[in-house]
Design a protein around this ligand. Structure first.
Ligand code: MTE
Ligand code: MO
Length: 315
């Protein structure tokens, strides 16, 4: 069988010019149509996910320093390519069943296991954190997430001393994910970080947002967050956590390594090959604000990289 992998310039427009596609679509969304769609989606989300609230004490250590993005914007403007290449995948994503949900822990671990999400939730302490999120496409949002430190998830697996990386694999459910038919993408969606990054207090696992269980389009029932990195590192709907001594080949790196590297730390001074990263557009208000190095989280994470100056840390 002949497998032809398209080169960067042959990729569909949605993959290579996210900015242009994004801005146009946003302007076209009528207020009334948007509100109606959201109402319908909220009803379905209630029926499928764990209903009701997901309250947890707020951790005030991570001050966002800007307004929280309206919930409606954060939950109707998404990147989740398994459901399609547009930002408006939220109606399609409602079909993904999020219970029961199992996560497999494996690789260089003391406790290889497949655990139900409910068992994982029993072993962690939930908190709320308001975190800034910066997509590589230069839009950003500020979201109150409910979840727990990534270090707690890694602890459940029990990494062996030789493990150097943590790899996260997203669900692949062809019956409900039409985007998987776009065969030029290197499915499954794999992302990863070093064990040191995973141990950093800022690395987070979200299971809720805005005081409610995560909606499907935002990565239900659990997704990772690295607030100092570009958003594509934040794998959604995780089914597998693997500890390894080899740097994983990640989804976006596999697609276009020159544009989306392994480290992907936010830096306003290192442009994407096709656009500037100096500013970002806030979902909701549409305000254009300067981007900060490490997305403003340098005090927590800069020390992770002092001995890695030869790595391509920023793109
Ligand atoms: N499985 C999966 N995870 C993913 C993506 C994706 O396409 N598939 N997109 C990433 C990108 S590019 C961003 S910016 C964030 C978007 O998260 P949000 O939709 O909750 O804002 O999810 C990340 N996680
Ligand atoms: Mo992104």
């Amino acid at each position: 069988m002949l497998i032809r992998i398209p080169r960067g310039w042959e990729l569909p427009e949605s993959a290579v010019t996210p900015e242009a596609a994004v801005m146009g679509r946003r302007k076209g969304l009528g207020l009334i149509a948007g509100a109606a769609a959201l109402g319908a989606f909220a009803g379905r989300a209630q029926a499928q996910g764990a209903p009701g609230a997901m309250a947890a004490p707020r951790n005030a250590r991570f001050e966002p320093g800007r307004d929280i993005t309206p919930e409606r914007d954060a939950t109707t403007y998404n990147n989740f390519y398994e459901f399609g290449g547009s930002k408006s995948i939220y109606p399609t994503a409602q079909k993904m069943p999020v219970r029961p949900w199992k996560v497999t822990f494996g690789g260089m671990v003391d406790n290889p296991a497949t655990l139900d999400i409910e068992d994982i939730l029993k072993r962690v302490t939930l908190e709320e954190r308001v975190l800034r999120h910066r997509c590589v496409e230069a839009w950003a949002m500020t979201v109150p997430w409910t979840g727990f430190p990534l270090s707690e998830l890694v602890k459940i697996a029990g990494p062996k001393p030789e493990a150097k990386y943590v790899v996260f694999e997203t669900a692949t459910l062809p019956a409900v994910m039409p985007g998987l038919r776009q065969s030029w993408y290197p499915w499954p969606y794999i992302e990863g970080c070093t064990v040191e990054e995973a141990a950093n207090e800022l690395a987070f696992v979200a299971v809720g947002m805005y005081g409610k269980p995560l909606p499907q389009q935002n990565g239900a029932p659990l997704r990772v967050l690295f607030p100092w990195k570009y958003g594509f590192k934040a794998g959604k709907s995780i089914v597998k956590v693997t500890l390894t001594d080899k740097r994983p080949s990640t989804f976006w790196e596999g697609l276009q390594a020159s544009e989306y590297g392994f480290w992907a730390n936010v830096n306003p001074e290192v442009p994407h090959p096709r656009w500037s990263q100096a500013h970002e557009r806030l979902l909701g208000s549409g305000d254009r604000v300067p981007t900060k190095i490490f997305n403003g989280y340098g005090e927590f994470v800069a020390s992770l990289y002092t001995n890695l100056q030869n790595e391509r840390l920023w793109a």
